[in-house]
Every structure is written in structure tokens, then in C-alpha cells.
Design a protein around this ligand. Structure first.
Ligand SMILES: Nc1nc2c(c(=O)[nH]1)N[C@H]1C(S)=C(S)[C@@H](COP(=O)(O)O)O[C@H]1N2
Ligand SMILES: [Mo]
Length: 365
């Protein structure tokens, strides 16, 4: 996970990665953008208050009453919808495992300066909403259209550029029936921090694509060049590398840390004897077909559960007979596309898609 030798960056959009201690700015981001405690993986659906959060700037204050969703740009019949009109449309409810593309970033050396995620930028919720494509078909996509831009209400500055949060999907991606305009999470209206009153949900993709606090949908005739699309969310080797866009979630398994933790270090203490290790695994590319657990480096297959659907994580378990002493546990997933979690994820400048295996040190007494 160390960075290969690279030319010095000159046009950096943000501070250069650091090898130093955690900064006050990272700490501030970590409190605002909190993760899911790993023991919450006991729940197949993450309780809303335990789902991770990412809010680039401030949570906007939106009142449902006056709120409207314009659907415009390169369409034949521009539309403006109220929340009630969106709720009256055909609805789907889909369990979706969502992960932030920056999950795992804090383990990189040097460390990109952003939200310092270890492994906890994850959660699975049941989202209810109306599929976006039939709405676009009603509006009538004009000739020459290539992408659909989803605009959010929140504003701020990033990379020295003032902007409102926005991301685009190609028409092919927008056409997928599981791409939803969601107004409810786990059976209740969206919480303010999760995008009230309406957000996009793009199952399988990293979370940045699922734009919260939607203000409008715009069909455009050229690839969207907004900051969150064209600059952020790229696999880059350095600040000058144009890089490649971040899209779908890489394959990953996580373990519920067993036993009891030490308060400060969170090092685990486990009783000797038979113990069931458990966790969850997912991939945005193809179904997870295998999870392995290593005890002190010796890999063996775990038992996989069915899971709630094609876009949700699958539970796994592994029976371990714990013997007294110091041990290291690890887990890794493989998906049907042949992707296997690496022991050591390659370094990249923004700390994207860092899906190396999780290691848990335990003392067995
Ligand atoms: N409008 C808006 N949408 C947004 C964001 C944001 O800051 N503003 N953050 C994105 C990122 S990076 C992630 S990982 C997910 C997180 O969704 P959650 O906070 O509901 O878990 O929302 C995405 N949608
Ligand atoms: Mo994210």
C-alpha cells in the first residue's frame, strides 16, 4: 500500500498526501462523516442511525411543501414534479449495500487528506422510490442526448471551485430498472442527513453517484464536466494524472470483530474454544461467490448466506476453535467476475477503492 515513485505534482487540487499524524481537519471530517460500527453487521439491514454518512459541505435545510423536481434540459416535454406526484408513481423497494469510494483510504502510506476511513464507510438499507428511466421516457429524451445530470441542493468549495454537488449517469446506466429516485429509507421518509426529500440511488456503484437532496434532473448532449464527475472520484497516480473514473464497488468482505474490545486500542479479547466468526461480503460488479477466512495466514472457506438480493451484501460465517495465545484473523471475498480482494491494495492519489483484506488481531485466553 505504499506509493510508487511518481513525478512531483504541480497543479494539485487539494493538499498532497501525508505520512504525518492525523490532522485536525481530518478529525473534523471524521466526526461529521461517521461510519457504521462493524458490530452493526449483525443486522442484515443497517438501522438508519447506524448507516455511514458522507456530506461534502453542510446538510441543506429543505421543506417538503414548496419542493419541486424539474426534469429538463434536452427533453421534448420538460416536467416539474411534486413529492406527492413522485410518490404516486410506480414504486420499487430495493435492499442496497452502499459504500463510500474512500473506504480504506486511511491505511494508505502516504495518506490522501480527506475523510480518513478505515473500513466503516458502509451500510445496507432498503430504499423505496420510483425508477428514473420511465420518468425520462415520459419527458422524451431528445436527439443527441448522452448523459443525465442529477443536481443536489448542497453548495460549497472543493478544489478551489465553488459548486453545488452534482453527478451524471450515461443513458445506459440511467436505463437500469434499479436506478431509483428514492424518498424513503428503511420504510420511513429520508432523514435530513440522507438526502430529504429525494435522492438518487444507483445500486452497485460507489456512494458518490447516489446524489442526495435532488433539486433537478437535466439531460445533456455532452459528457458532464462538473468537479465531482471530472476531477474527484478518479483513480490517479498523482495530481497531474487524468486518471480513470471510479464507478462500481470493488469486492470486499468484512468481519464483525469477535470477543470484547479494549477501550482505547480496540484490541480483541476472546475466550478459548469453539467460536463462530461472522461478517458480510459484497461486490458492485458481480455476485460474491466465495468468502475465505485466514487464521494466522491459513485460508479456508467460510459458509455463505443467500442475502437479500442482487445489490445487497451476503452474510458469511466460519467456525473457529480458538487456542490460547495471539492470533491474526483475516477475511477476503471473491466475486463471480473473478475479482479477489488483494492482501495489499495498490496506492492511488485520492485513496479510492482501497479494498485490501481486513485483519483483526485477537488475544485468546
Ligand atoms: N448532494 C450530495 N449527494 C451526495 C453526497 C454529498 O455530499 N452531497 N455525498 C455522496 C457520497 S461521497 C456518498 S459515499 C453518499 C453517502 O450517502 P449516505 O450519507 O446516505 O450514506 O452520498 C453521496 N451523495
Ligand atoms: Mo463517498
Amino acid at each position: 500500500m505504499a506509493r510508487p515513485a511518481a513525478p512531483a505534482a504541480s497543479q494539485a487540487h487539494s493538499a498532497e498526501p501525508t505520512t504525518g499524524p492525523l490532522t485536525p481537519e481530518e478529525l473534523q471530517l471524521a466526526f461529521r462523516n461517521r461510519g457504521m460500527p462493524l458490530e452493526a453487521m449483525r443486522h442484515e439491514l443497517t438501522p438508519t442511525g447506524l448507516h455511514y454518512l458522507v456530506i461534502h459541505w453542510d446538510i441543506p435545510d429543505i421543506v417538503a411543501d414548496g419542493w419541486r423536481l424539474p426534469v429538463g434540459g434536452l427533453v421534448v416535454r420538460p416536467m416539474v414534479l411534486t413529492l406527492d406526484e413522485l410518490r404516486a408513481r410506480p414504486a420499487s423497494t430495493i435492499p442496497v449495500t452502499m459504500e463510500c469510494a474512500g473506504n480504506g483510504r486511511a491505511r494508505l502510506d502516504p495518506r490522501p487528506l480527506s475523510i480518513p476511513w478505515l473500513t466503516e464507510a458502509i451500510g445496507t438499507a432498503e430504499w423505496t422510490g420510483t425508477p428514473v428511466w420511465p420518468l425520462l421516457e415520459e419527458a422524451g429524451i431528445g436527439p443527441g442526448a448522452v448523459e443525465v445530470v442529477f443536481h443536489g441542493a448542497d453548495r460549497g468549495i472543493q478544489g478551489e471551485e465553488e459548486q453545488a454537488y452534482a453527478r451524471a449517469l450515461t443513458l445506459d446506466e440511467a436505463r437500469r430498472p434499479e436506478v431509483l429516485l428514492a424518498y424513503s429509507m428503511n420504510g420511513r421518509p429520508l432523514e435530513p442527513q440522507h438526502g430529504f426529500p429525494l435522492r438518487l440511488i444507483v445500486p452497485g456503484w460507489y456512494g458518490m453517484t447516489s446524489v442526495k437532496w435532488l433539486t433537478s434532473i437535466e439531460v445533456v448532449d455532452s459528457p458532464f464536466q462538473g468537479f465531482q464527475q471530472a476531477v474527484a472520484y478518479h483513480y490517479q497516480q498523482d495530481a497531474d494524472d487524468p486518471g480513470t473514473p471510479v464507478t462500481r464497488q470493488e469486492v470486499r468482505a468484512l468481519m464483525i470483530p469477535p470477543g470484547i474490545p479494549d477501550f482505547f486500542t480496540r484490541h480483541r479479547l476472546v475466550d478459548a474454544g469453539r467460536l463462530r466468526l461472522a461478517g458480510r461480503a459484497w461486490s458492485g460488479v458481480a455476485p460474491v461467490i466465495r468468502v475465505e477466512v485466514a487464521v494466522d495466514g491459513a485460508w479456508a472457506d467460510a459458509v455463505l448466506e443467500a442475502g437479500l438480493g442482487p445489490f445487497a451484501w451476503r452474510g458469511w460465517s466460519f467456525d473457529w476453535v480458538a487456542t490460547p495465545g495471539e492470533h491474526e484473523l483475516a477475511c477476503r471475498a471473491t466475486d463471480a467476475a473473478g475479482r479477489v480482494q488483494p492482501l495489499d491494495a495498490p496506492w492511488n492519489h485520492q485513496g479510492m477503492g482501497v479494498n485490501h483484506v481486513q485483519r483483526v488481531a485477537v488475544t485468546v485466553r
